[in-house]
Ligand binder design. Sequence first.
Ligand SMILES: Nc1ncnc2c1ncn2[C@@H]1O[C@H](COP(=O)(O)OP(=O)(O)OP(=O)(O)O)[C@@H](O)[C@H]1O
Ligand SMILES: [Mg+2]
Length: 276
Amino acid sequence: MEALIDVQHVWKLYGKFVANEDISLTLYKGEIVSLLGPNGAGKTTLVKQLYGELLPNKGKITVLGNNPTNRKIMKSIGIIPQEVQPYEDLTVWDNIYYLGKIKGVKTKQIYERGEDLLRKLELLEKRNTLAMKLSGGMKRKLLLATSLINDPKLVILDEPTTGLDARARREVWNILLGLKKEGKSILLTTHYLDEAEKLSDRIYFINRKIVIEGLTSEIKEKFSDWYELIDYDSGKTIRIKGEDELKKVISNLNGKFEVRLPSLEEIYLEVFKDVS
Ligand SMILES: Nc1ncnc2c1ncn2[C@@H]1O[C@H](COP(=O)(O)OP(=O)(O)OP(=O)(O)O)[C@@H](O)[C@H]1O
Ligand SMILES: [Mg+2]
């Protein structure tokens, strides 16, 4: 199967500092893939190379069969960089309209798609509001709408739901899952582990280099002998490896307790426990 994103042995340095070390990663058609890792892990650095803002020092990146710096592919991609803002002195609608025009989208499609996206993101009533007058979360939602106006087959989102309230995050999830249903492919970074678990087919844990990768279900399976024990007496939560260890700990407890299988969040904490 042809990969829409193919990263092969990529190294990215800032001066002598290695931000990405020998990273290989793929994204196939119809997949949602998440990059997870602590602050400073090199996720944004990698993502910037996927849309040609940074060039790798070593290794090769192919996006939609082209070099990421090829402007031609921009029309088929939707991107939200981590720190981008909408055009503040344009209205919500004009942000969408002009971005659509820049990406060569037909006017009729801009109207149809733009209105549909604003409705789904509950932004229709803000249509004529200047972007500078939106709340932080609304700006993030507007960026998502503008990034999807060209009906991209590949979407690259760096923390799309940071700062969104619980309901808005779910609106975004529904949109992303809807795109997946249409056969679109999505690469995202997130710090919300429940989000990654809910959306992703595959996950890359990254901390400068790739630490673990695999199907979300596989990763959870790999850690299936990890338990989370909540001791109600002491109010402490402990992570325990293996059934024997679990039995030992439980036999020393007198009061009430609860045992849970690990969520992606527990796995994440375990994988990155030595990262300061
Ligand atoms: N322009 C730059 N010049 C020098 N160092 C940089 C630059 N951009 C990022 N770095 C460093 O590279 C490392 C990786 O940063 P990056 O932004 O890729 O991390 P991240 O995984 O996206 O983190 P976060 O989750 O906080 O967004 C960090 O140590 C950061 O300080
Ligand atoms: Mg980042």
